[in-house]
Design a protein around this ligand. Structure first.
Ligand code: FE
Length: 202
C-alpha cells in the first residue's frame, strides 16, 4: 500500500518525462490497440507505482465534484495524460471516451461501473470494479467504453492518472442516462498551464 500523504517537494517530474517519452516510442511503432493497451498499461503501472512525481498544483481537489488536469499532450494528439482528482464521494455522469484509455490509481480508491448499450439505446449495468493505489484498468471502444467512475472514499480525495489515445479534453464525447438519452460534451481541462517536465538543471 502506497502512502496517502502528499509527496515531498520538489516533485520528481523526471518520472512523468520518462513516461511520456516511452508512450511516444510506443505509439510511434505500434498500431494495434490491444498491444498499445498492454504495453502502455505496463508503463502506466510503473508510473503509478511511485507517488513522488505529481506536482501539488495538479493534485488539488476542487470544492465540489472532480477536476481533470492536463499533464501532457502529444504534439500530434496521439495521446494525452491527465490527473483526475476526485473530491470525497464525487462521481462522473455515465460517459464514453471514443478512444482507448488507461487508468492508474495514484492515491485513494476509485470505483468504476461498466454499462452495455443495447440495440434500443438503453443501458444495461455491467461489472463494477475497484482500483487501489498502483492498480490499472483500461477502456476502449472495441471492448466497451461506457462507464461511470466515482471516488470510493467518502472522506478524502482520490487521484487517478489517465492516458488516452487522443487529446481527451478536446474530443466530442457523450453522456448517457439509463433510458438511452445521450448528450454531447467536450470535457476541456481544469488547468491553464502545464507541468514543466523539461527543466533538467536540477
Ligand atoms: Fe471515463
Amino acid at each position: 500500500m502506497l502512502s496517502a500523504d502528499a509527496p515531498e517537494r520538489p516533485a520528481n517530474t523526471a518520472r512523468l518525462r520518462d513516461f511520456v517519452r516511452d508512450m511516444a516510442d510506443l505509439v510511434d511503432g505500434e498500431r494495434d490497440e490491444a498491444a498499445v493497451l498492454d504495453r502502455g498499461g505496463a508503463l502506466l503501472e510503473g508510473l503509478v507505482a511511485q507517488d513522488d512525481w505529481l506536482p501539488d498544483a495538479f493534485a488539488e481537489p476542487v470544492p465540489a465534484g472532480y477536476a481533470q488536469y492536463l499533464l501532457y499532450c502529444d504534439s500530434r494528439e496521439r495521446f494525452s495524460v491527465v490527473s483526475f482528482v476526485w473530491g470525497p464521494g464525487a462521481s462522473t455522469a455515465i460517459h464514453n471516451h471514443t478512444v482507448w484509455g488507461l487508468v492508474g490509481l495514484l492515491r485513494g480508491r476509485e470505483c468504476s461501473e461498466g454499462f452495455t448499450r443495447e440495440a434500443d439505446g438503453t443501458l444495461t449495468p455491467g461489472p463494477v470494479g475497484y482500483l487501489d493505489p498502483g492498480e490499472i484498468e483500461s477502456v476502449s471502444p472495441a471492448k466497451g467504453d461506457i462507464h461511470r467512475v466515482s471516488n470510493a472514499l467518502a472522506d478524502r480525495p482520490s487521484i487517478s492518472i489517465h492516458v488516452y489515445g487522443g487529446n481527451i479534453g478536446a474530443l466530442r464525447r457523450s453522456t448517457f442516462t439509463l433510458d438511452g438519452a445521450t448528450e454531447l460534451f467536450i470535457s476541456g481541462y481544469a488547468n491553464d498551464v502545464l507541468p514543466n517536465l523539461w527543466d533538467q538543471s536540477r
